[in-house]
Design a protein around this ligand. Sequence first.
Ligand SMILES: [Zn+2]
Length: 255
Amino acid sequence: MLIDTHCHLNLKDKFPDVAATVKEAVEAGVTRMIVIGVDVVTSRVALELADQFDAVYGVVGVHPNYTNDYQPPQIKEIEELLKHPKALAIGEIGLDRHWNYATDEQQKAALFDQLDLAEATGKPVVFHCREAYPALLDLLEKRTKLPWLFHCFAGDADDARRATALDAYFGVDGPITFPKSDDLRAIVRLLPKDRILIETDAPYLTPAPFRGKPNRPAYVLFVNVALASCLAIEQGECALLTTANAERFFGLGTT
Ligand SMILES: [Zn+2]
């Protein structure tokens, strides 16, 4: 029984038939899916899906690439959404220096408000970080330690060391299945085993052998297989490990 800890079933144009996608995943053994917001609207949709489907949970927040029109009143809306019983965490929030949809100032304004909200509510935080690990870690090292998860971790060994010192969790996705990802696999072997989660980031980051097609939560199985091989453990053991880690991080009950 696996958990896809990061997917975007809330992107309606990418998932026109969410019921079929959820059913396919559950039948494949992916019994829970965590749908991540990227702005207020998609956060609300994530929770609507959580209302509709037992297997679905939501995470609410404003992604750094969506902060160009962020205004402080939006934090009130996020705070309201966070009261939903199936709203597990704040995310995905962070810094993105690969794209320039929002300035560094805009990204940081939204990030700080959302980190303050996490601190006030004690909710875990899911980070999106692209080409900005040292900058984000500099900020986090100055704050109260919270349950933090680096979704789709793509930092180097030093970033991994610093994040581990913060007791952070790490999301592993489709790229672990790619033949050319030896550097990523070497980094993943450095991570504490009780801090690794598996995710799809569907519809993005499709694992082998489906690369080139849209990703879906059922494919988190392929991430589990590749992670097990990377860590030299059995697939069943890897499933138990990553599910237990996800339950601990998100405060989910065991099933
Ligand atoms: Zn995402």
